[in-house]
Design a protein around this ligand. Structure first.
Ligand SMILES: NC(=O)c1ccc[n+]([C@@H]2O[C@H](COP(=O)([O-])OP(=O)(O)OC[C@H]3O[C@@H](n4cnc5c(N)ncnc54)[C@H](O)[C@@H]3O)[C@@H](O)[C@H]2O)c1
Length: 290
């Protein structure tokens, strides 16, 4: 049984579906029920329990003792969070995200659940890049939080290292997702070319929720130990404009680590490709063409 926290959210819904489509039994833990779910659930609906994972008792119980759920939890996907800067006052975002991540890591450790995947964020690369990134493609070596939200995600990455030192058999994979998009969001993409500044905040990158779900599943299945971080984006950018032209105009001081292709992702996904076998399947251009 895989427990997914935040299973009612944007990434969570895609993750729950992907795991169930691949034969996993899944329980979703969230403060909000899955949208449209009836009571009792219909066949094929995810099992859902309400819990607030900022409360350690609820996090422990959610990973161990819910009467309806009889199977041992073998893996945890932790997505529950205040999911972007600005969605709450800074200190609330920092507290909710840092405490909930601690609680899930600690509950997993105490319960001997050694397979944990969680959502870090592209913001750790330096979003909204007030002076541009030092280099592109940005990669996992960069730790440059500019907001309380981003700092909470970097704290999660640092906590993961220490939890895996305490229990060397533990695996905690943090995925630095780009800005998550669902198919209906692609209707907006054509407009991004009009204003080169409109998506500079995240280097014109995106991640399809279904590819985010793929990365989560591959991370659960990866035979790794210890704490790992992977950048997760789609292979292309949101813009039809040439990357070099965009960078020259918007971030002239940013260096290139190598030659940059016209519309490739400026978030490196090389490590995820090599270690996880991550291969994004979705591409907004193909979707736009139908
Ligand atoms: N959406 C993005 O562009 C993006 C980008 C990078 C990283 N992330 C991260 O990915 C994860 C999922 O993001 P999302 O876009 O699906 O967010 P979302 O807001 O759509 O979903 C988050 C879910 O977590 C639940 N939740 C919040 N606090 C909770 C708590 N204390 N206990 C239980 N449930 C709680 C909410 O009810 C919600 O259903 C988050 O950790 C977010 O920080 C998102």
């Amino acid at each position: 049984m895989i427990v997914v926290t935040g299973g009612s959210g944007k990434v969570g819904r895609a993750c729950v579906k992907d795991l169930m489509d691949h034969g996993y039994k899944v329980t979703s833990i969230d403060m909000a029920p899955p949208p449209g779910q009836s009571n009792p659930p219909k066949p094929g609906d995810v099992t859902y329990s309400r819990a607030d994972v900022t409360d350690f008792g609820q996090a422990m119980a959610a990973l161990s003792m819910i009467d309806e759920r009889v199977e041992k939890v073998t893996g945890v996907v932790h997505l529950a969070a205040i999911a972007a800067p600005g969605q709450a006052p800074n200190h609330v975002i920092f507290e909710v995200n840092t405490v909930s991540t601690y609680n899930i890591f600690e509950a997993a450790r105490q319960l001997g659940i050694r397979n944990v995947v969680w959502a870090s964020s592209e913001t750790v690369y330096g979003i909204p890049y007030p002076d541009g990134p030092a280099y592109v493609p940005v990669d996992e070596a960069i730790e440059h939080p500019e907001t309380a939200y981003s700092l909470s995600k970097l704290m999660g990455e640092k906590m993961a290292e220490q939890f895996c030192r305490w229990d060397p058999k533990m695996k905690i994979v943090g995925l630095r997702f780009s800005n998550v998009q669902e198919p209906q969001d692609y209707a907006h993409f054509a407009g991004y070319d009009k204003d080169p500044e409109s998506r500079k905040f995240n280097l014109w990158t995106y991640i399809d929720a279904r590819d985010a779900a793929q990365a989560i599943r591959l991370s659960l299945e990866a035979k790794l130990k210890g704490a790992h971080v992977f950048g997760i984006a789609n292979t292309d950018s949101v813009s039809k404009r040439d990357n070099d032209a965009l960078l020259e105009k918007v971030f002239p001081k940013t260096k290139r680590k190598r030659a940059i292709k016209a519309t490739e992702s400026l978030i490196s996904i090389d490590r995820a490709r090599e270690v996880l076998g991550y291969k994004p399947k979705y591409d907004w251009r193909k979707k736009a063409k139908g």
